[in-house]
Design a protein around this ligand. Structure first.
Ligand code: GMT
Length: 379
């Protein structure tokens, strides 16, 4: 198939899933055209079935806000015509599904069906904001196919948007051949020269991620034992988190790595992964850590319980309950054998439920179904 994929190219879960999906599909022989305003962070163009088309948004003194939605729609049409795309697959409803809807109308009478994948804040925060809700609902209703990355998100979309169309749940996935615990653990000594346990967190440092809670949890752990905290990613809360680290005099024990391209090389060096978010419709970073044999302490919110099983491959606590999270962290870190056992179980669970080899064929089957329905509708 020839598929156009649109996503946010920035450091965020929806862009990561879209990029990994495109690369997996290309590896299976499909022709993939990424259409975005910049190269997605994890995109590797080495496969000659992958193409990148940049959306350039022309500005004009009259425009306070350059019309990205329109520029994207025009680019979608251009690529669909020149590459004879079979369909568009857009990640994150706002505004990508609106652009795709426009592109489909501009292409008529030639059919260009589009699938919208809902990821989280496009439904739970931004999409449900009253200023965006009507147009988000309309573009979801108008999509030829809609998928959600967890049962939680599907239910939430139906409830919040009063949606009456089918929504397919296709869960996020991880490539367990790429994401695994490195045999060579020597790099740990960069952060933990005396063999201290390492806690890790990876996110885009948005307020919803509560990175400061990861620091608070770590501070409680440090009261009981020596340990190190490695923070990967960057975003709006970076300054506040750095300030908190200084205030707690943890500067020597906390490492800020910033945005990293190959997180698969880092996650498996940790003993524990922290995901203390206020809300998470899936928690992709937790899944990636699990595949690398790292147990997870996360909050019991949204779709996280579909990923992490309490007491089996990690622990779930109430949002902002840093004391409970620290108690579990100390439990895991003070018994290395228990932590390793949970970590190994985490990889088994990640492979069983979220392996890319099982999930990618679900997308392929869904694409075929949407194409058949679209052809039948226009016959
Ligand atoms: O929160 C992020 O990392 C960004 C956000 C996005 O849409 O870019 O992530 C959402 O999609 C991820 C991939 O499907 C999910 O793993 C995250 O749980 C989800 N974030 C939230 O629901 C807050």
């Amino acid at each position: 198939m020839k598929i156009g994929i649109t996503c946010y190219p920035t450091y965020g879960g929806s862009g990561v899933v879209a990029t990994e999906l495109g690369m997996e599909l290309a590896a299976r022989g499909h022709e993939i055209h990424f259409i975005a305003y910049a190269m997605p962070t994890r995109l590797n163009l080495s496969n000659d079935h992958i193409f990148f088309h940049e959306v350039e948004v022309t500005t004009y003194p009259l425009f306070d806000h350059p019309p990205y939605t329109l520029a994207l729609a025009v680019k979608m049409v251009e690529v669909a015509e020149s590459a004879s795309l079979d369909l568009l697959h857009v990640h994150y409803a706002i505004p990508h599904s609106v652009s795709a809807l426009l592109a489909r109308s501009m292409m008529a009478p030639r059919r260009l069906p589009f699938i919208t994948t809902l990821h989280g804040t496009d439904i739970t925060l931004v999409g449900s904001d009253r200023s965006y809700l009507p147009v988000t609902r309309f573009s979801i209703e108008q999509s030829d196919g809609v998928t959600a990355i967890s049962n939680y998100l599907r239910e939430e979309t139906i409830r919040e948007f009063d949606i009456h169309r089918p929504i397919e749940v296709i869960r996020n996935f991880v490539n367990c051949d790429l994401y695994c615990r490195p045999k060579d653990q020597r790099r740990r000594s960069e952060w933990a020269p005396n063999g201290e346990p390492i806690l890790m967190h990876l996110s885009n440092f948005r307020p919803v991620k509560r990175v400061s809670d990861a620091v608070e949890i770590f501070a409680l752990v440090r009261e009981k034992m020596s340990a190190k905290l490695v923070l990967i990613g960057d975003g709006p809360d970076h300054g506040a988190v750095e300030h908190l680290v200084r205030q707690k005099k943890l500067g020597c024990d906390v490492f800020f790595l910033g945005k990293q391209g190959r997180v698969q090389d880092l996650l498996g060096l940790a003993d524990l992964f922290l995901l203390p978010s206020d809300l998470e419709s899936f928690g992709l970073a937790a899944l990636e850590a699990m595949a690398c044999e790292v147990p997870v302490i996360a909050t019991n919110v949204g779709g996280v319980p579909e990923v992490v099983t309490h007491g089996v491959d990690g622990y779930l606590v109430a949002p902002r309950d840093v004391a409970a999270a620290a108690k579990y962290a100390i439990q895991i870190l003070s018994r290395a054998d228990r932590g390793r056992e949970m970590g190994q179980q985490a990889r088994i669970d990640a492979r069983k439920k979220f392996c890319s080899n099982d999930v990618i064929p679900l997308y392929e089957a869904y694409y075929r179904k949407v194409l058949e329905n679209s052809a039948a509708a226009s016959a």
